[in-house]
Design a protein. Structure first.
Length: 233
């Protein structure tokens, strides 16, 4: 199992002070920065472009995980790669030639990720797991921050964890949407190791306490899931 990663999503940050917000969550103990890119086409919202990533890149040494919720995808890969992304994740649903898109990301020297919406089956990963560094399962329908965790995705997390384990590769399993101290345990126990949290981090004043609570909830669930089960007499 990979170490736990907490990746605050700047979609919930104060946009007027974005560089300071990113620096603050790094100081508070974040592992990655999650950068949600929406195009008001593939999803019903409009957020950031490569210029914003380029502007905030100097404010953190953490890896930046770029989640492209856009269609078409390929035209934006080069811009985000040049702007400082470390990993670029794309939606199965938005890529008619997914393998080609993953090759393009890799050719720019970046790690690759594949994203599934809540209603997309795990079988969509069958032919691409050998090409990716991360699988991201949406636990809300993409487009807006602050939505509630869709509990039915937990079974898919278990399925994808088994698929990843069968490859023998250290592919990260990320979840995004409605992740809070109350929901992170179910995702972690099912096999997720990387957790995107927006409102749960930026929604309060104490970012360090929020990140600590998320990490503790995930760690406790993973420990409990790994513990031997006692037989009931």
């Amino acid at each position: 199992m990979n170490p736990i990663v907490i990746a605050p999503s700047i979609l919930s940050a104060d946009f007027a002070r974005l560089g300071a917000e990113i620096a603050a969550v790094e100081q508070a103990g974040a592992d990655w920065i999650h950068f949600d890119v929406m195009d008001n086409h593939f999803v019903p919202n409009l957020t950031f472009g490569p210029m914003v990533l380029k502007a905030v890149r100097p404010h953190t040494r953490l890896p930046i995980d770029v989640h492209l919720m856009v269609q078409p995808v390929d035209a934006l890969v080069e811009g985000f790669a040049a702007a400082g992304a470390d990993l670029i994740a794309v939606h199965v649903e938005a890529c008619p030639h997914l393998d080609r898109t993953l090759q393009l990301i890799r050719s720019k020297g970046k790690q690759t990720g594949v994203v599934l919406n809540p209603a997309t089956p795990a079988a969509a990963l069958d032919c691409v797991l050998s090409e990716v560094d991360l699988v991201l399962l949406m636990t809300v329908n993409p487009g807006f921050a602050g939505q509630s965790f869709i509990g039915s995705v937990v079974d898919k997390i278990r399925t994808v964890r088994r698929m990843i384990d069968m490859t023998g590769r250290p592919i990260r399993l990320e979840v995004d949407g409605g992740i809070t101290p109350a929901t992170i345990g179910a995702a972690a126990a099912a096999g997720a190791d990387t957790f995107v949290a927006g409102s749960a981090v930026f929604g309060g004043k104490d970012y360090a306490a929020a990140i600590t609570a998320l990490r503790a909830g995930a760690a406790a669930a993973i420990t409990a899931a790994a513990a031997p089960q006692r037989e009931v007499a």
